[in-house]
Write a protein that binds this ligand. Sequence first.
Ligand code: 3HC
Ligand code: NAI
Length: 704
Amino acid sequence: MTAINAVTDLSKDGDIAIVTLNSPPVNALGADVRDGLAQGFKQAIDDPSVKAIVLICEGKTFIAGADISEFGKPPKGASLFEVENIIEGSPKPVIAAIHGTALGGGLEVALCAHYRVAVPSAKCGLPEVNIGLLPGAGGTQRLPRIVGVEAALDMVTSGKHVGAKQCLESGLVDELAPEGKLKEAAVAFAKKAVAENKPLKKVRDNNAKLEAARGKPEIFANFRKANAKKFRGFMAPEYNIQCIEAAVNAPSFEEGLKTERKLFMELVTGTQSAAQRYVFFAERQVWKIPGIADDTPTIPVKKVGIIGAGTMGGGISMNFLNVGIPVTIVETKQEALDRGVATIRKNYENTAKKGRMTMEDVEKRMALLTPTLKLEDLADVDMVIEAVFERMDIKKDVFGKLDKIVKKGAVLASNTSYLNIDEIASATTRPQDVIGMHFFSPANVMRLLENVRGEKTSDAVVATATQTAKKIGKIAALAGVCPGFIGNRMLSPRQREAQKLVMEGAMPWDVDRALYNFGFPMGPFQMSDLAGLDIGWVKENSKGETIRDRLCELDRRGQKTGAGYYDYDANRNNSPSPVTAEIIEEFRKKSGVNSRSISDEEIVERCIYPMINEGAKILEEGKALRASDIDIVWINGYGWPVYRGGPMFYGDTVGLDKVLAKMKEWQSQMGDAFKPSALLEKLVAEKKKFSDLPPQPLNTKPAK
Ligand code: 3HC
Ligand code: NAI
């Protein structure tokens, strides 16, 4: 065995050379790996005793792609194209041996080999679209030549990982190897290729599948139409489609490559991909909690208790039932309990109707659910999640009772949206076991979990809540105790400004349009109509003092009553409401406001910059660990567009000096609601960004 460099070895098995990569954790194509491949292959090609070459990886996976952290940095070492040309141009057959995942640049390298052998558990994919890119090393030109245009369109725009068996069927893989015997199988394949004088199959020369799609532009038109909603706002899916179109229509492989190169460069230097790459790392950072080591002992969660079978309790229960953890759900009245259980069943049955679950799966999950009216039935659970009404007196009463009932050492969690976890914990004799686990509605669907650490919450309980999130497929950000924690605290200024803009001259549909076009799935008024305008509204106390009061008094309580800020037709399509417009006009007149025309740009700035400022205050107070955690909250809990990277990254992108200048301008015009955070001022003075801040420990001291 010869060491080519720190991450590459060259060895021989008879007349077969084996180039082995070992660059943990995922053999990403960093400069070392590219150099190692280039030199390793050159040596093997130059060695007259070598008849064929196998490329294989050590560790958990084949090459998982380009090294994402290298983008935007000056190029170093051999380029990926050089490596690919050496491999594809090899006069001796090259066999890629795939286990784990062959992704992005990894699959592109494998596509330059003449043959591919994989174990059945291996997966292949071109996931560049998920980081705002396209496969920029020939992937968009080679993939459709093997799997066909439709399958390639699907793979490059979804980023899907395709299993080896399916790859074998599509021709992407030539042979399956027994699990654990990849090297032997690949070498045997290579020997056979030599013995049988198999041709040096170059994917680039294989045009049959492209020809089948030539002169059929409808393939692309239909694909775009079918996916328009999913791709809205994102550049990368469209650019990927254009590359596949180029593969079909360009006069040669090289011409297609030129289009791919040009579009790749545009994406890789743009803000969308920068944002999506940032999110890739943010999603991995969020699990790392300063001060809590990965091996912190956790409490095994084998049985869960949920209190309240309303909107949230039902959804939260489903998360646990889905992964086989039994749930005992508690209500105060039989009727509410029955309703909650029936909703859970209906949700599962709907999933089964759509073919995404069998009826047997439904019954399996329902069998794990124990409905009860007795809190005492929670005595032996390992984790309780309380989801009763958002009232401190009720929550304290529940926690006081839990303290006496539930076995020692269990996690006692609250799903409160705003309330003080320390005060809830004070109702128990074991505040170290109390934590906030704030799910988002619908709790069985939304990926975010905001875990809220109280002053006395133990490390073990924080680690358990984090691990539980992983177990049920969520992404968890840790927050400190403050009103609304991270997400809802930042939502407040956005809601406040949306309301104020309406009083100044924008209509609710103007505000919604501006934020929808920014990339949110819906605007704040559409969201109110969806959630119901009457949340927290009490008919008896309503005195028509706000626009909302007036709408509710007219029984315009949102989508459920067929009208709210908007009018709705039978299919729940909305249209601007003249009734709402009239009420707004009345309110403006009453307050002596002269309506002005407000641009979409101003609407976006007024709604978003105060959120960024609030995020800065959260960081300044130590209520979040890092700016990127805040971005994770907004992307996964509130539909913030991924291609804008989250509010803090967006602030960095537009320039914190610009955000600060606007806050100051508004502060002088409209008062201290716009007071800039000290951290924002400091970062601007130091010409720094939120992303320059290192992770910080959480401040668990009660807020002043
Ligand atoms: N570049 C740099 N670092 C990477 C990386 C990559 N392509 N892929 C993974 N990593 C890092 C992660 O950041 C993480 O680092 P950390 O431990 O310091 O947090 C570590 O590797 C392990 O990753 P995961 O925690 O994600 O490990 P999993 O086992 O859960 O998943 C994986 C493995 C499926 C390979 C997953 O990491 C993944 O999807 N990676 C990205 C794949 C990708 O997008 N490839 C395309 C890159 S772009 C490209 O190739 C352009 C080309 O066309 C020119
Ligand atoms: P909900 O009104 O739909 O359900 C609450 C349920 O709790 C009711 O069924 C009620 O009968 C039951 N309940 C009340 N007191 C009880 C008690 N002492 N013992 C057992 N059951 C009791 O309310 P929702 O929306 O599910 O909210 C629950 C909690 O989740 C609140 O703290 C809320 O702030 C929080 N939350 C709500 C979100 C939402 O979008 N609805 C999102 C995130 C958190």
